[in-house]
Design a protein around this ligand. Sequence first.
Ligand code: MRU
Length: 362
Amino acid sequence: MESNHQQTQAAADWLQSVRWNSAENRLDLLDQRRLPDEIVYLELTTSEQVWDAIKQLAVRGAPAIGIAAAFGVYLGVHGASGSREQLLDAAIKQCDYLATSRPTAVNLFWALDRMKQRAEALASAGGEPEAMKRALLDEAKLIQSEDEATCRLIGEHALALFEDGMGVLTHCNAGGLATARYGTALAPMYLAQERGIHLKVYADETRPVLQGARLTAFELQQAGVDVTLICDNMAGAVMQKGWVQAVIVGTDRVAANGDVANKIGTYSVAVLAKAHGIPFYVACPMSTIDLNTPTGADIPIEERHEDEITQGFGKRTAPQGIKVYNPAFDVTPNEYVTAVITEKGVIRAPYGEQLKKLFEQG
Ligand code: MRU
């Protein structure tokens, strides 16, 4: 894709998934496909490279792809010459282009809309093209820094629902790697760690791309959090043994009625949690809530290449020519969701009403 640089594990105290490199005017993205074996940053200088990194899951997780795309808009216009109107037109085109990289996580569209609005406001204020470019870069940086603060707040609210000694199960990766820092579902685990509260985390490995095994287990282990990796099909067994007192997951989009899209397999975990009387929490920034999508049935669900299932990580594990269905996400109906935790606090059913109220609060 481009030249890469490696850093040693020892130097990777805190692995930032998205890094703006001011000296080089470049976006450095931690290549999450290569974790946990290798810590490699991709060095991106064009919006096409950013599009590709999102599509290929080099950067993934709803907030992180929004942040990367925002920087992608800047990379797409920074070399452009021409008038203010031409720059605005180029910025809008870049936003539309980057929005085609993945369909489910609404944070991508949220971040790109924000970049578009910023460009429009700058142009209508009579901004000069070079100043507009700098302001677009600042906006991308702001989206990133706000996400870090947001995740920390989500962690505070979520941690209030947990008690010392609890077993907590999570699915996929909604951690620091999926956000600017801390994560959404993993934020309470980091805060608990800081405060000497012991949580015993169970990480589903998360077939087929193994975000749980490769990313959640990796980042929690690095931070010294007590984490145990299980296969997806073991979640019921650990609940039955009484080892899990709460489930917490992230999400790619919350519909207006509280239905929640998240990594494939989340719905099964929610059903299992309900069967065992275990609370099922969903943690996300406000930017993941999409009041324009009425229900889960209206959320576009990405389908990915069959190779992820038939020959994931290079080893063929299914017969040639087999039919494959590979949706990347599923929808958990709102009746399985005990609470939605955002930076503004914790809300419970009826979600239609409560989600609307959250936005009205301003
Ligand atoms: O396909 P991915 O790895 O981008 O899917 C990620 C998830 O499903 C996460 O749980 C979700 O984006 C929330 S990240 C805070």
